[in-house]
Write a protein that binds this ligand. Structure first.
Ligand code: FEO
Length: 170
């Protein structure tokens, strides 16, 4: 049986991950609107990953006899002024996701909830990748994105990203 505090935090994380999916879908749509279909592809796949994360947290609750309460998903508020901005905001968003996961981990550690700590290990590693991937887009954009040809090549590179399901099985 999961501790109530942990169950509540994980339930909150389910919503946060679905919200992340929504944020990235909004970014994907922005790029698609501007004919940067490679960027749009990258962010649409990111949406799928966030949905997977939400489902993993949800399944963990269900597998531990905790109730899932699905809440409203906040609409993304973003208005983007340039092509760099969504990537920069994605990186900032991932830092917040990392903080949220660390917060659950800290509570699990406090409560000696070793099962939850083990479950979260995958997410702790995954967040390292999530931060790096979004930061890489910003760095590459800063290097090549201001020139039309460079932007075209970067967009072509991001078009090659393919969806791979998570390696974590609950
Ligand atoms: Fe689910 Fe991008 O963290």
């Amino acid at each position: 049986m999961l501790n109530k505090i942990i169950a509540e935090k994980i339930n909150k994380q389910v919503n946060f991950e679905f919200y992340s999916a929504y944020v990235y879908l909004d970014m994907s749509n922005y790029y698609a609107d501007n004919n940067l279909n490679g960027f749009a592809n990258w962010f649409k796949i990111q949406t799928q990953e966030e949905r997977d994360h939400a489902m993993l947290f949800m399944d963990y609750l269900l597998n531990n006899s905790a109730k899932v309460e699905l809440g409203d998903i906040k609409a993304p508020q973003a208005v983007y002024n340039d092509f760099r901005q969504p990537a920069a905001e994605a990186f900032e968003h991932e830092l917040k996701v990392t903080e949220a996961i660390h917060d659950i981990y800290a509570a699990a550690y406090e409560l000696k909830d070793f099962r939850t700590m083990q479950f979260l290990d995958w997410f702790v590693k995954e967040q390292n990748e999530e931060e790096k991937n979004t930061e890489d887009i910003i760095k590459r954009y800063d290097l090549f994105g201001h020139d039309a040809k460079g932007l075209y090549l970067l967009d072509s590179e991001l078009a090659t990203r393919v969806y791979t399901p998570p390696t974590l099985v609950i």
